[in-house]
Ligand binder design. Structure first.
Ligand code: UD1
Length: 413
């Protein structure tokens, strides 16, 4: 639950390693519930969201061990978690639903609860499992699902990342073939499918809109190293772009980051792919327009950091948020620093080029917190970033340390 003091910083320079992707690691750890043998996940980031999920997996009866950077999950007889407080803390807690139901024939979850950025229902997860034969009862803030799953054709009204993951995991142990239509295509879906296949599942088409899963009797243990975090890498690119920096982001995978790299180029930044990672130099100067969309569109998780880039560009940039209904809260905080931003429905109009002055701002969600940390680097004087809920530590491993290693002036209080 840190607060941060951020000072106007020089051009960032140097090299930095990107951590393993939070959004890949969470579903992959949940996949450990699908087998009674150990699943070993390599290079798991030290972030609070992972700690919470590991607690929930223990609550499900799994043996969970951290050994250095790796985590092993072994679930002999998984059952439903009953620690409602933990479940409500983490949206991704819903990812245990599909595996537990598929393994044991019944599962019960508390609704993960709303979230500052939007309502975030789980209707698509539940409807998909219902199509696969689960009976659903609502009881005291919980959903109870039961029944042997049978493969079927499931159409997702929206390409939800979490619903695609949950249904894909459940389908691995269903009887017969499941076809997920309008599935999410994010790299984290492909990574989960790779892990499931390493455990003996038969998943095809991950990364396209149609995922086909042929159910098998049992899965076995495996060792899997998830992909690097494209959102962390994108956040670091933005930090360089606003400070006229020149940095190399090692281990970043450009093929996962096309939309954000295009937008940064449009803003005038130089970006080069090298065998070692992504090299960025120069400064953002030209206004741009971006619309958040499901992958391979521009990621909603990059909307807040890109808003800070827009503050450096001379002219009006437009950001349209189409994925979550309430994801512009950082705009109000940025205005405290002197930013000129107007929100109209799903659009943010950002008039860049004004000088920013340090003030006290508050992080309202994970990506908003990161964006405010970046903004502090280009404010005159000192910015106090309050993060009473520890949003930044939930999803970024060592973000202030990484920025400091590149020359940023950030202190933790
Ligand atoms: C994941 C990511 C999150 C990212 C988001 C969108 C993880 C742990 N988190 O979240 O960082 O911002 O994808 O890229 O991977 N929806 C429904 N009903 C459902 C499920 C979703 O209406 O049953 C809606 C949501 O409210 C939202 C949209 O679908 O408006 C996309 O949500 P979804 O893709 O499910 O996001 P998450 O998996 O929760």
């Amino acid at each position: 639950m840190a607060d941060y003091r951020i000072f106007h910083s020089p051009r960032l320079s140097g090299e930095v390693d990107v951590s393993t992707a939070k959004n890949a690691v969470l579903p992959i750890l949940a996949a450990g519930l699908l087998t009674q043998e150990p699943l070993i996940v390599k290079d798991v980031p030290r972030i609070t969201d992972v700690d919470i999920l590991l607690q929930i997996l223990r609550d499900c009866g799994a043996q969970v061990e951290r050994s250095g950077r790796d985590v092993s999950v072994c679930a002999q007889h998984p059952g439903s978690p009953d620690n409602e407080t933990m479940i409500r803390k983490l949206r991704a807690s819903v990812l245990v639903l599909g595996p537990i139901l598929a393994r044991s024939g019944s599962a019960c979850v508390f609704l993960p609860g709303g979230c500052a950025i939007g309502q975030r229902p789980i209707d698509l997860h539940v409807k998909g499992l219902q199509t696969m034969g689960a009976m659903v009862h609502a009881k005291g803030g919980q959903r109870q699902l039961s029944g042997k799953l049978i493969g079927d054709r499931v159409y997702l009204d929206l390409p939800s990342v979490g619903a695609t993951e949950n249904l894909m995991m459940a389908a691995t142990l269903a009887r017969g073939q499941t076809i997920l239509e309008n599935a999410a295509k994010e790299p984290e879906i492909v990574d989960l499918a790779d892990c499931l296949n390493a455990m003996g599942a038969r998943v095809a088409g991950a990364g396209t809109g149609t995922v086909v899963v042929d159910g098998v009797e049992t899965l076995h243990g495996a060792v899997h190293k998830p992909i690097p975090d494209r959102i962390e890498a994108g956040t670091l690119l933005c930090a360089a772009a606003i400070t006229q920096g020149s940095i190399l982001i090692r281990k970043a995978r450009p093929e996962h980051m096309r939309a954000m790299m295009f937008k940064l180029k449009e803003a005038g930044v130089g970006i080069r792919e090298t065998p070692a990672g992504i090299r960025i130099s120069g400064t953002a100067i030209s206004p741009f327009e971006a619309r958040t969309l499901a992958y391979p569109g521009f990621p909603t998780d990059m909307q807040a950091p890109m808003m800070v880039v827009a503050l450096k560009c001379h002219g009006t940039s437009i950001l349209a948020e189409t994925v979550f209904e309430n994801r512009f809260m950082h705009a109000t905080e940025l205005c405290r620093l002197g930013a000129h931003i107007r929100i109209e429905n799903h659009f943010a109009l950002i008039e860049g080029g004004h000088s920013l002055v340090g003030a006290t701002v508050t992080s309202t969600d994970l990506r908003a917190g990161a964006a405010l940390m970046l903004a502090g680097l280009i404010c005159e004087g000192e910015t106090i970033l309050q993060d009473p809920s520890g949003h930044i530590e939930r999803g970024y491993q060592d973000l202030p340390q990484k920025l400091r290693s590149l020359g940023a002036r950030i202190e933790e209080r």
